[in-house]
Design a protein around this ligand. Structure first.
Ligand code: GAP
Length: 514
């Protein structure tokens, strides 16, 4: 991470805590690694993201319904899904620092570092050569950039090959060959690479001898697969159709860093779209576009998203891509879109002995549908929104402000109602406004401190609108509405206030942008 990115990331962490967005779990006991709690603002932001996803899936698409499956599932589920045998990460320890890392992440970070070096050279050359500069040509002809690009791409391909063959000694040899050192201490004294299953085990039942081993689900998707037929039959769904779900998932992650980006307890928003075999690659393209349109509708900068198509596919997938977001620590996976073939339903058929098929009346035959999956981490989306929103600005008069430009539809508090003074009947008018608005949005009363300080506080809190009740309000029955991002102010009649705000903050208006 470059220094300024590191500074930005530190600011994200401290701002998230200071403004009641994210707290370390069990902080009074010194916290629990890679587990976080969401505070009064964080819980609202998270709920709004979840709702924006849920409505986009289940309300805008007639062929998608939502479910809420249990976290505990029959243990055979995880045998069938392949998680018992293959949900592993390759881990490596540094003998000097005693720190544990994911071997694949060490190699990926090495590649990313060289990609950034190449980009820096390209940016420098673009400045030097001006308009005629051709970055693609430069990438293939400038020896230094060619060298960096080689180091940015070759190790990833070799790593994928080694992991595919389960050649863990080869992975260690690759780390040594690349000269990768412990990022914290610089030591290159590594242990062998070992596989580590990421599922958390637990038990259900009262007595030790009758208790059954269970797992906390590592993904929500399996709750959808095992309910495929229940939903299809009771909902009288016809292929193609989708099932959406949001909920907690648990993974015993080895590398627990980057704040809420990689946690041991997190939330997923997944949708499985069941299609006729042979049509899955068309649907894959459809869902790539649909999901990108959802992201772009939030206005967080189209340049901050990119697709990263998987070169090496999992054995059950015939196409896969990630939507990557430009986090403070670089472009990283935010969402996965996978064409999972009929792997999961077939496996559950085999292990349960129950048919999980669809009878296609047009074709007059039954088949196991193919599945397109879209899977996004809610906490990762939270981090994308929050880190993108946090900005320090220098204003025209030279003063500074910290502002959290969260898309208004997701903001925890939509408007702050501020009586200019605590007397002369202004708080009472503010109360009346709150009583009018509270039925359709979350608003907050704030009367403490000078108005300028209150504006700054609401800016830092991410509140998109401040509504000031002043002495003129008593005469003209209007208020001043200040926009968080542009800081422009408008006089709006109290009777028009609700519709003015709804047009700007309501979910239905934002969903129309997708
Ligand atoms: N059903 C497919 C599946 O679970 P995945 O790529 O392992 O695929 C999907 O996870 C998404 O879940 C990721 O793109 C990421 O946003 C989120 N995710 C995965 N592991 C996570 C973790 N430890 N902490 C936070 N989010 C995570």
């Amino acid at each position: 991470m470059a220094n300024n990115d590191q500074d930005q990331f530190k600011k994200v962490l401290s701002h998230a805590k200071e403004y009641g967005y994210v707290f370390q779990s069990s902080e009074i006991y010194d916290g629990l690694q890679a587990v976080y709690d969401y505070g009064q603002n964080g819980a609202e932001l998270k709920k709004n993201i979840r709702e924006y996803w849920w409505q986009a899936m289940t309300q805008l698409n007639q062929d998608i319904v939502g479910i809420d499956a249990a976290i505990f599932m029959h243990p055979t589920t995880w045998k069938a899904s392949g998680h018992v045998d293959a949900f592993n990460d390759p881990l490596i320890d540094n003998k000097d620092s005693k720190k544990r890392y994911r071997a694949d992440v060490l190699v990926e970070d090495y590649c990313e570092k060289h990609l950034q070096k190449a980009q820096k050279e390209i940016d420098k050359a673009a400045k030097r050569f001006g308009e005629d500069f051709d970055p693609e040509m430069y990438k293939t002809t400038n020896p230094r950039v060619v060298g960096y690009m080689k180091k940015a791409t070759e190790p990833t391909a070799r790593l994928a090959e080694l992991l595919d063959k389960e050649d863990l000694a080869g992975v260690k040899a690759l780390i040594e060959e690349l000269g990768i050192a412990d990022p914290d201490t610089g030591s290159k004294n590594w242990t062998d690479v070992r596989q580590f299953n990421l599922m958390f085990g637990t038990k259900i039942g009262a007595s030790a001898d009758t208790a059954t081993d269970l797992y906390l689900r590592p993904e929500t998707a399996q709750g959808i697969f095992v309910n495929f037929l229940n939903v299809q039959k009771t909902g009288r769904m016809k292929i193609p159709f989708g099932i959406a779900q949001t909920g907690k998932a648990f993974r015993n992650e080895i590398v627990a860093r980057q704040f809420i980006f990689r946690q041991r307890e997190f939330e997923q928003m997944e949708m499985q779209y069941f299609v006729k075999p042979g049509t899955e690659l068309e649907w894959f393209e459809v869902w790539k576009e649909k999901r990108m349109a959802w992201h772009r509708s939030l206005g967080m900068g189209d340049e901050n998203y990119r697709f990263h198509d998987h070169e090496k596919l999992a054995h059950y997938a015939n196409a896969a891509t990630d939507i990557e977001f430009n986090f403070p620590f670089g472009f990283k996976e935010l969402e996965g879109i996978h064409s999972r073939t009929d792997f999961d339903l077939k496996a559950h058929e085999e292990y349960s002995g129950k048919k999980l098929q669809f009878f296609d009346h047009e074709e007059n035959k039954s088949y196991v549908p193919y599945v397109l999956e879209t899977s996004i981490g809610l906490d990762r989306m939270f981090l994308a929104v929050f880190s993108n929103a946090l900005q320090d600005e220098t204003l025209e008069d030279g003063s500074e402000r910290t502002v959290l430009k969260i898309p208004a539809v997701l903001a925890p508090v939509k408007a702050a109602i501020l009586p200019l003074v605590k007397k002369d009947g202004l708080p009472e008018i503010a109360d009346e406004i709150i009583n009018e608005l509270k039925w359709s949005m979350k608003v907050q009363y704030d009367e403490k401190d000078a108005i300028g300080r209150r504006y700054r506080r609401q800016d830092a809190n991410g509140t998109p609108y401040c509504i000031t009740v002043d002495h003129d309000t008593k005469e003209d029955h209007a208020v001043t509405v200040r926009d968080r991002d542009s800081m422009t102010q408008e006089r709006i009649a109290i009777k028009d206030l609700k519709s003015y705000l709804e047009q700007r903050v309501s979910m239905s208006e934002w969903l129309k942008k997708i």
